[in-house]
Design a protein around this ligand. Structure first.
Ligand SMILES: [Ca+2]
Ligand SMILES: [Ca+2]
Ligand SMILES: [Ca+2]
Length: 187
């Protein structure tokens, strides 16, 4: 807990005394949880109560499962038709909201165990080509280089690396309409 001006005040539950009247910022941090912050208005002679519920940082066995890094000319432009498929290999529901692909945020999405989600550079173009899928498709900003290949990094909302893939055009799927898909063995 910090109040005010970034001064550490101790662990919760905690009562801070002799706080000047006015607005102060309280920050709570706990390993494994998202940082929490609020502004409190302190009135002279009164005790102001602050209650916080911290949200656990989701982590888990989410995998970069399949990638389309170079769609064929027939499929469309790379700007529209690149996509990355994630797979929840965990037995738990995982909220990937605020996770990132190459530092680009993923919008709200919750993955049930064994769920797939497609991160598309252009969801509208993706769905126009592939039709409706049984998994969700969400727009995410990213660029997958064609040749010599690229590294894709998936991080959770705390910035911890969850999965990464480095592919090379020599693996195939380079503009021929095919994709790269992870093997059962992980390779
Ligand atoms: Ca292409
Ligand atoms: Ca590309
Ligand atoms: Ca990259």
């Amino acid at each position: 807990m910090e109040i005010p001006d970034d001064r550490y005040k101790g662990k919760t539950p905690h009562t801070i005394t002799n706080v000047p009247a006015g607005i102060h910022t309280i920050n709570l941090t706990l390993t494994g949880y998202l940082d929490w912050s609020t502004n409190v208005h302190v009135t002279a002679g009164e005790t102001t109560h602050v209650l916080a519920t911290l949200t656990p940082i989701a982590t888990g066995d989410i995998r970069i499962n399949e990638i389309m890094y170079n769609p064929s000319t027939e499929q469309g432009s790379d700007t529209d038709m690149e996509w990355i498929e994630l797979y929840n290999n965990d037995t738990e529901t995982i909220n990937i909201s605020g996770w990132t692909i190459d530092d680009n945020p993923i919008s709200n999405n919750v993955m049930q165990p064994w769920d797939y989600v497609v991160l598309a550079r252009n969801k509208a173009a993706f769905e126009a080509y592939y039709g409706a899928l049984s998994c969700s498709v969400i727009d995410v900003t990213f660029v997958l280089s064609n040749n010599p290949g690229d590294t894709i990094v998936l991080r959770n909302s705390a910035g911890a690396e969850i999965d990464t893939v480095t592919y090379q055009a020599s693996w195939g799927a380079d503009g021929n309409g095919k994709t790269l898909e992870r093997k059962e063995t992980g390779g």
